[in-house]
Design a protein around this ligand. Structure first.
Ligand code: PLP
Length: 439
């Protein structure tokens, strides 16, 4: 028997509503809650709310709980480490969980020049801050190139690179000087893989020819698959050419794998699909199964800044590092392969159920990083954010936790433990919702 969501309407139920009411009084108004889910307990790909409703979760807490909610081995690892040492500040003292993690992960990170070192922090934004600082420090240059629709975080440096939604920047300027944005290669929106690559590279060339001297650029920051921007997969040739441009001009190439990394795409890193190696790679989200951890990797030749140049009190704390070591072990024991296999199944279910629906413009993805782009009609490809938003809320009512990304895309970013049966249920709930809202 397939496990299905169990929902008692109306949502939110009384216990959930009591929590939401308090939240509305005392928690920042800046949080974006698309629907009123109160998560009390998680198990695998399921979330149970305080009223006993059971939801199938294909968000994994925004691509974070890579090993599923409350994986028994992760829980045991965290408990064991917490019983021994919770914090000692890994930037001032040594402890084994941090070195264990660095030793396990560094050889697996395909940075150019090999022999990666890692700087630990607490989040994706911080991992990118470290990359910005390392790039400026090691090149002596001040400028950065980033892409439209990119999301790199919300601290000042990372926010300056971010170009995802204007709300994220409105009222916060001025930003870190020296960040220049250009166009990302989006095959669906720009006339196919070749044309998208040509257009994006042409814009970059124009930028270099008119406003930004190449030799003053420290780094190009790029997501090898855009996450918040809409789960957009650029053509390999785009990434290959960025690598060449960087090599020709002494620019560092930074891959932000905060969302696309740690096995989600069916390989440990999304950049492995194209074979392009960055100089710096940043990771967070799924790295520690839900414990806060960010990581910035670069080759030993690059990461040689002096003591005191960059550090963080909490970054790489023992509990998060122990969880990350166990996470990597679980990924290697089958979850990366599962992401590839079940991701294929989920994509083919989505194609089978809604592939020819007139409001579905594009279904794309790698592994368990899958986007469905919704349009007003297939000919004009006009974005349909209203339909997308309506589906997100309607799916919640049906017991499927799903999120949007970009302006009009639905994203499937479940735990890498998702089973074929769960994928089948998720695809059919999504299809029911689409058919109901867009007949
Ligand atoms: N980079 C990418 C690609 C992301 O998707 C995100 C978050 O969504 C970030 C950076 C920022 O991560 P955090 O929210 O942990 O600061």
């Amino acid at each position: 028997m397939l496990r299905r969501p169990r929902i008692q309407h109306p949502l939110p139920g009384p216990k959930a509503k009591a929590i939401i009411d308090i939240c509305e009084e005392v928690v920042s108004t800046s949080y974006t809650r698309d629907y009123p889910l109160v998560a009390e307990r998680g198990e695998g790909c399921w979330i149970i709310d305080p009223d006993g409703n059971e939801f199938l979760d294909v968000t994994s807490g925004i691509a974070v709980c890579s090993t599923g909610h409350a994986h028994a081995e992760i829980v045991a690892t965290i408990a064991e480490q917490a019983g021994k040492l919770i914090h000692m500040s890994g930037t001032d003292f040594y402890y084994a969980p941090q070195t264990d993690l660095a030793r396990a992960l560094c050889p697996r990170v395909p940075v150019k020049g090999g022999h990666a070192r890692v700087h630990f922090s607490n989040s994706g934004a911080e991992a990118n801050e470290a990359a910005m600082k390392l790039a400026r420090w090691s090149t002596g240059r001040t400028n950065f190139v980033a892409f439209a629709n990119a999301f790199h975080g919300r601290t000042y440096g990372a926010m300056s690179l971010t170009a995802s939604k204007v709300r994220q920047k409105e009222g916060f300027g001025p930003f870190v000087p020296g960040v220049h944005h250009t166009i990302y290669a989006d095959p669906y929106r720009m006339g196919g893989a070749d044309r998208a690559t040509d257009i994006a590279l042409l814009h970059l060339d124009e930028m270099f020819a008119t406003v930004l001297p190449k030799r003053e650029v420290a780094a190009i920051f790029v997501e090898p698959i855009q996450g918040e921007g809409g789960y957009v997969i650029p053509p390999d040739r785009f990434l290959v050419r960025l690598r060449e441009i960087c090599d020709e001009n002494g620019i560092l190439l930074v891959f932000d794998e905060v969302q696309s990394g740690m096995g989600r795409t069916g390989k440990l890193w999304a950049c492995e699909h194209s074979g392009v190696q960055p100089d710096i790679l940043t990771s967070a989200k799924g790295i520690a199964s839900g414990m806060p951890l960010g990581a910035t990797f670069a080759s030993r030749d690059l990461m040689k800044w002096p003591p005191g140049a960059h550090a963080s009190t909490f970054g790489g704390n023992p509990v998060a590092c122990a969880a990350a070591v166990k996470t990597l072990e679980l990924l290697d024991r089958g979850l990366i392969a599962n992401a590839a296999r079940v991701g294929d199944h989920l994509q083919s279910e989505l194609r089978r159920l809604v592939g020819d629906h007139p409001r579905v413009g594009d279904i794309r993805g790698r592994g368990l990083m899958i986007g469905v782009e919704l349009v007003q009609d297939r000919a004009s490809r006009t974005r349909d954010p209203e339909l997308r938003n309506a589906i997100v809320t309607d799916c919640f009512e049906r017991g499927l936790l799903i999120l949007g990304c970009g302006r009009n895309t639905i994203r499937f970013a479940p735990a890498l433990t998702l089973t074929e049966d769960e994928a089948t249920v998720a695809a059919s709930l999504f299809a029911d919702s689409l058919h109901h809202l867009a007949r």
